[in-house]
Design a protein around this ligand. Structure first.
Ligand SMILES: Nc1nc2c(c(=O)[nH]1)N[C@H]1C(S)=C(S)[C@@H](COP(=O)(O)O)O[C@H]1N2
Ligand SMILES: [Mo]
Length: 458
């Protein structure tokens, strides 16, 4: 990767000027403050690197933003309060639509992209921030009202992007560090960031395109023809990014891009496996659930929360378990597992796809169609109400209930699953019964179901 390794020791910027080239004693003193023009000395900084990283981020962040909005839509957050407690979502929910059930791998794709692309962009984002860091310290803080506005928008931009990446990564890695509050934080943060991002793109993209069209500057230290940085200094084009007194190069521009790209490829390599089967899944070193032993036989696939972790016991899921099916009239019907197994059984091949970015391949679930149970309850869809409100045996913690929309209830592949891959569901995958719905986020595939309320006002 690249033709020069990174030299040990402090990065080129912070390194004291080489002996001999330092200003004579008694003369000008070496710059000490980050706001001094000569403080930032890396010869790599310049409009070309910044523009290139910026364009990569423009494409990548657009994918992450769009898939993030889709992820929110997939929750059917308007079926509140069961699905979403984001207060005052208001206008920001303008784009919400009924999340479809086709294709059945839709959420697996959108959320896999959201998390994977987000992770892979981390080195690019860090490099981009590094490439413009001198601008953070520019003094005076504002030369004019317009300049002040621009700097405030940059603060929102940088603060917003860091906030979104940090909350997103913490959520994926630490399994809901912010119970309940992650969604509003990440959602509002996304809109603040998106606004600042749109302004930034509008202001800077034309220049970035011009810089990139002009072609790459002479590389700094390629091959044996090592030339002093000053000799291959990039034209500044009034960006204020090029070091006025560059240090000697320790890395070529191509080498630097290699480090960033290599970092991204490495992250991709240790993340993407959480969506793959077989031994490849174990390559997901970075994924928190990558290494968990998920059970055996047909039930040997990823488990989100085990029964033990949420306090669901074998006792409550045993012979005494009954499914309560409630209709809009409030009448309750109760079914044992044997009675459910005696109803017409159907099979659907569907994945589990979690908001955390991991997914399973299609599993063969079988059980009773939700729409058949809906019919037993005299279900009659009403505008603005959930098709079904699902509750589980689980008494506390997140994800123990969910609301599904009419289109999800009616899809013939939506099941109250009793078996998977021809075997009984394991306790950890939701025995005695769990919901499985095509294209729905994993969190709506409620395990250890105790009650289905069709068309009820919840
Ligand atoms: N009762 C209950 N159901 C639940 C959960 C839970 O914590 N409790 N987790 C949900 C989430 S977030 C996911 S991704 C899927 C995971 O299903 P699995 O553990 O069978 O793979 O179950 C969903 N169903
Ligand atoms: Mo999940």
């Amino acid at each position: 990767m690249g033709d020069h390794s990174i030299a040990a020791g402090p990065p080129p910027d912070e390194r004291p000027p080489p002996r001999g080239s330092s200003p004579p004693r008694g003369g000008r003193t070496a710059p000490r403050l980050p706001s001094d023009a000569g403080f930032w000395r890396s010869p790599l900084r310049g409009p070309w690197l910044t523009a290139l990283l910026g364009v990569v981020l423009l494409v990548g962040i657009t994918v992450v933003f769009v898939t993030g909005l889709l992820s929110y839509a997939a929750y059917n957050p308007d079926l509140a309060p069961a699905n979403d407690q984001t207060p005052e979502r208001g206008l920001l929910g303008f784009y919400l639509f009924a999340w479809p059930t086709d294709p059945h791998w839709l959420y697996r794709l959108t959320q896999g992209l959201h998390v994977t692309v987000g992770v892979v962009l981390v080195p690019v984002l860090l490099a981009k921030l590094w490439s413009v860091v001198p601008k953070l310290f520019t003094l005076p803080p504002a030369r004019s009202a317009a300049h002040a506005l621009e700097r405030v928008s940059l603060l929102l931009l940088v603060g917003g992007v860091l906030f979104e990446f940090v909350t997103g990564l913490l959520n994926v890695q630490l399994d809901y560090l912010f119970p309940g509050s992650f969604y509003p934080l990440h959602f509002y943060g996304a809109w603040v960031f998106a606004a600042a991002f749109a302004v930034h793109v509008a202001l800077r993209l034309p220049k970035a395109v011009r810089v990139l069209r002009a072609g790459a500057p002479d590389d700094l230290a390629s091959g044996r023809r090592r030339r002093p940085a000053a000799a291959v200094r990039e034209p500044d084009r009034e960006t204020g990014l090029v070091a006025p007194e560059p240090a000697g190069p320790t890395l070529s521009r191509r080498g630097a891009l290699g480090v960033v790209g290599g970092g991204s490829v490495l992250l991709l390599g240790v993340t993407v496996g959480q969506n793959l089967d077989g031994p490849l899944r174990r390559t997901a070193l970075l994924a928190p659930h990558g290494g968990t032993e998920p059970g055996s036989g047909a039930n040997a696939f990823q488990i989100n929360k085990t029964a033990g972790a949420v306090g669901v016991t074998a006792e409550e899921t045993g012979d005494g378990w009954r499914l309560t099916v409630e209709g809009a009239d409030g009448r309750k019907r109760r079914y044992s597992r044997a009675q459910l197994l005696a109803m017409p059984q159907h099979t659907a091949a569907l994945p589990i796809a979690c908001v955390e970015g991991w997914s399973t391949s299609d599993q063969h679930w079988s059980g009773v169609r939700l729409r058949d149970l809906a019919e037993l309850a005299g279900y009659d869809p009403r505008e603005g109400l959930p098709g079904v409100f699902v509750s589980s045996l689980q008494r506390s913690g997140a994800f123990r209930q969910a609301a599904l929309r009419d289109n999800q209830v009616r899809d013939p592949r939506s099941l109250l699953a009793l078996r998977v891959g021809g075997e009984e569901l394991s306790l950890d995958h939701g025995y005695p019964a769990r919901v499985i719905v095509p294209a729905a986020p994993g969190v709506h595939n409620t395990k250890w179901v105790s009650q289905l309320s069709f068309g009820a006002d919840r």
